[in-house]
Design a protein around this ligand. Sequence first.
Ligand code: NOJ
Length: 441
Amino acid sequence: MAQENNIQASAPTPDIGPVAEHRHEKLAFPEGFLWGTATAAYQVEGNNEHSDWWQWEKDNPTRVRARSGLAVDHYHRYEEDLNMAAELNTKLYRFSIEWARIMPHENAIDRHELEHYGNMLRACRVRGIKTMVTLHHFSLPQWVAEKGGWEWPGAARAFRDYARIVAAEYAGQVDYWLTINEPMVIVSQGYLTAVWPPAKKNYLSAYAVYRHLIAAHKEAYKAIHEAAAKRGITVLVGAANNLISLSTYNRHRFADRWYSWLMDKVWNHAFIDATAGCHDFLGVNYYFHQRIDPGKKRIMGVIVDIREEQRDMSDIGWEVFPAGLFDALLDFSNYKLPIIITENGIATRNEDRRARYIVSYIKELYHAIAAGIDVRGYCYWSLLDNFEWEKGFSASFGLIEVKQPSLERSFKPSAKVYAQIAKENGIPHELLRFVGHEAKL
Ligand code: NOJ
């Protein structure tokens, strides 16, 4: 015992300055921070029969696990769903307008559908929920797809015309506009990995699509601002970017560093840099962390397959890595624009895991804000279980469970955790027990 004390006394004490005490206090967020949820039209509405995905599902039954069909019939049940969003204490709802509903055919505008989304905006407003509207969330009108989709040189102009129509219709009713959801995912899923329509593996097409998406964002950004200016109001317009937190596998190897730098430039920054000046805020969809190692047998040649490492993962094999959110936000803070987390969430049927996910990721967000990063809001993906593209209904992202085929809704247990955070505008100390693996006292 005496010997132990001696060892302690002689150990050098590094000077690391004052260390914050562990306090049993809430991790409080800035006043007015927006807690929200997100969905996308094609994934929840049902019967989007004028969209390219509808045709794709029909023509490629083996490439999708299920047809979207009625999805979760949000088109008819949005009032009930918004009641539940309000019960969760959320004050922001991100949803998308289905382009193919507004313009089912070239040069045709469907007034009835314009009214439908107008009703949704009003339904949010009366419940005290702010709105964030995405104009393009992966699905295109079939007539646009038939002309070549985003590869068609006229696509950006067509998108601008659509943006002009909806911006004029809803001026003053939308709090945040998002032009395009995850432009780089559109390029990669449709033209590189080719798992989504039009499933073309072609670098030249991918590059053309990338350029047209840039043009489309700029055109729509201008069109939305012009429509607002005509009414003498101002609007906030951005895009939702999928960010990957990238690390090297071995930071002493030049090749690892070079590939991870390149991937960061291309995936995380190229679109924003090419559309500089056309973002009033930055939308961040955060799900992924990847380690880069161009050495051995890797996914796509460079991505380390973490299944070998036995880490905590979602049902669809995505790594749970909360610190990556901090890294991604730190990286994006260099643009000196306000940031909103437009998506973050987990596909799991294990409610303890979802609760842990929510608390741990939001805790990283808390630290990011404490580090001076200007984050204004957070949308959990998703309000409801929904149609997860080629995975059909197998991925369970929702805070609300939707039974198939009855479509009956009910809160999942983890929804209570999110509702409490939203209500208290922070993480109450007792919820910090969810940080860590299966912590139980
Ligand atoms: C991002 C996409 O925007 C959304 O459509 C998708 O469902 C979620 N990620 C989960 O994969």
